[in-house]
Design a binder for this molecule. Sequence first.
Ligand code: GLC
Length: 421
Amino acid sequence: MLLCFLGMLLLTSCGEKKEAGVTTIRFVTWKPNQPEAWDEIFRIFHQENPAIMVQAETGPHSSTAFHDLLTQKLKNRSKDADVFLMDVIWTAEFAAAGWAEPLDKVMPQTERDRFIRSAIVANTYDGLLYGIPLFIDSGVLFYRKDLLAKYGFYPPRTWDELVHQARTITAGEAAEAREISGFSGQFKQYEGLVCNMLEYLLGNGGDILSPVSGRAAIAEQPSVDAVRFVRDSIIGGIAPKGVLTYQEPESLDLFLQGRAVFLRSWPYAWEIANDPARSQIAGKVALAKLPHFAGGKSYATLGGWQVGISAFSQKKEAAGIFARFLGSERTQKILALRAGRAPTRTALYTDAEVLAANPHFSDMKEVFLSAYPRPRSPLYPALSNILQRYFSKAISDRNSDIQREAEEATGEIDRLLSLTP
Ligand code: GLC
């Protein structure tokens, strides 16, 4: 049983055999970037709850692919999922479909008050809580502080400054026979592309949906100009062409190998980038707010993962105990210390150990708290699918007619949104 428990992350095939007094629950999770942190979490849970065995099923890393796996199970009312991780954009869909169990009893109001408010709001649908926020994500700019210092630069505030710095550093390093690209990020056709593109749109005064009319705003000038900038100056400029196939792991690898000056990623990249066993640039990394366009303001996309319980679980009590444990301060502290994850519990932002491991948390807390949510709707996955196709086509073809593509996608989005009241 212990072996089964410890081996969970390797996708064990331990049977469903019921030992006397032991309840086995199934946890659908993704392959962690820092498995040691999760090993520790599972070990503590098992020590303290010997009557509950957690069997983990490790899904794909990509949010989009993980969504397909999990929703397939839920559509089939499968018993294979008691507890699962949920992307912050799925709460409305899971709640409206009746797939996720309301968690108001598992996480009473007094407990909820200890969380960052926006994280609780993001998990609330029709007044009920459907997910316990495990960690918050927010887009951030990582940069090589040694290289910026070498060329006399401060972290860039605008995208034009970033392009200028990237070009100067790339050329200067090439002259000393060192190959380095200017920029790395996530531009493959999947959910991460929407997160990256939203930041450019917002930083230019654009948006996906107009906050006033609720209708698509991607064909408006600021949004179209932002996409054109990504196509011409990022993809066709300072980033290697390969970024069009990058999700988080590939974009981070390039940076870890010392082959990119800037990286747009999520807070977890800090811990890995500073781990000498995994990174060639440990100690040479810093992070900053994402740039914006001249006259605009810096924005970060709100991301993050929650713990949900399946409405079809037949072991809801044990599932509740495990979900509560995952959302506890202790678990979040382990994730912050060993995996650089930004907590959703406010107390951890003044915890000395957490701040020692993540010195940027005090400066970046405001960025985390003000991160911008993607549209909240049960139809979000369908909306995202349209956006992913549009952005991908627009940025990967140098001759794309961005305005026309944006108008086509607008038509699709408005038709989709007219399906909901
Ligand atoms: C991160 C974010 C999540 C987002 C995903 C996109 O995992 O936490 O919200 O959807 O990246 O790749």
